[in-house]
Design a protein around this ligand. Sequence first.
Ligand code: PMP
Length: 428
Amino acid sequence: MLYQRSSQLFAEAEKVIPGGVNSPVRAFKSVGGTPIFVKQAKGAYLYDEDGNRLIDYINSWGPMILGHAFEPVVQAVTEKAKLGTSFGMPTELETQIAALAVSMVPNIDKIRFVNSGTEACMSAVRLARGFTKRDKIIKFAGCYHGHSDSFLIQAGSGAMTFGTPNSPGVTAGTAKDTLLAKYNDLENVRSLIEANPNEIAAIIVEPVAGNMGCVPPIKGFLEGVRQLCSENGILLIFDEVMTGFRLAKGGAQELLNINADIVCFGKVIGGGLPVGAFAAREEIMNYLAPLGPVYQAGTLSGNPLAMAAGKAMLESLNTDAAIFQRLEEKTAYLEAGIHRVLKANNIIYTINRVGSMISVHFDASPVVDFQTAAKGDNETFKKFFHGLLQEGVYIAPSAYETWFITDALSYEDLDFTINAIDNVSKTL
Ligand code: PMP
């Protein structure tokens, strides 16, 4: 496959956009080469500017759970657009989608809509700090919660207690309030809490991590974190930006049967439009302005086009009783196929999967946290990625990303993908 026009478009983009992209992960930096420029997409397929058709395993990094240009979403947005695209005033639609989300997700009474996952997590932490009157938060190395300052803290060896900024622009003052813990290491969390008594407002966690590849919580980890939070007056924030409305109707809370105090959403909840949300029980949510003292706002929050798309998406998920089972079966089928061909070609690998989130790591040992995820062989991944691209299969251009399976994938598409992986494996 040729990607000539994409290369030209990228060169043009680089002149006027830093790195040619509006979000760094799109830039193919860790795999080399130039990004693919998309022209359009439908169902499970992307069509690029060179006229190639690619089977899409990124799906806008998660939202396209029912496929690209999903008809009910397209129709809802088109109809709404004719009636005005933004008012900055309340609409009935906002209440309808809020009520729907509250009915689908366990343990929440009220929800507020924002414009991205970043905003959702940032606001959730501010709310937790205001509610508990404490400053510090615990986050886990390898978990991503958007690009707000408090979250751009990465683990370095020995930097587990006090965070250090890993992005210039994040002040040391901000970084010191973010404590780092190891994912799946309950004792680490316990010792951080003991070392900072009555200072920790919240623990924020991806209940199934998706930003170091897919890393499932080991048994007892989140249950233990939940208990530690309850015992120490700490709010547990589940960042369900990836898992919400994907792993189950009620997200990871439902799948894992663990209640969080605040839940963050993004991606699926907007049906592909820029939407995020955060939700909690009434007592916590009433702490937000205009009812309470914690300020949070947005001109475009609850935007009619975004709400129309999100509502159409959630309604489709809510009324399709078999959707999550189908996603599970399709992803399990893909997983079995990948195991088969990678084994047959003597590739060293580990596959992690929870529901329709799956990732292939090129290392033999279990991937349970950031350190073990980082052990994967990036050179092999690069070849794997570019090989698949040549076969017409598009996975995320980084070894540390999850593949998001869409219901629009047919079993023929999955067989095509497994066959492509077989072909590529022979060249690794
Ligand atoms: N939280 C998680 C778990 C995410 O995966 C992401 C984005 N990939 C975010 C937050 C940030 O969302 P956004 O990119 O919409 O700001």
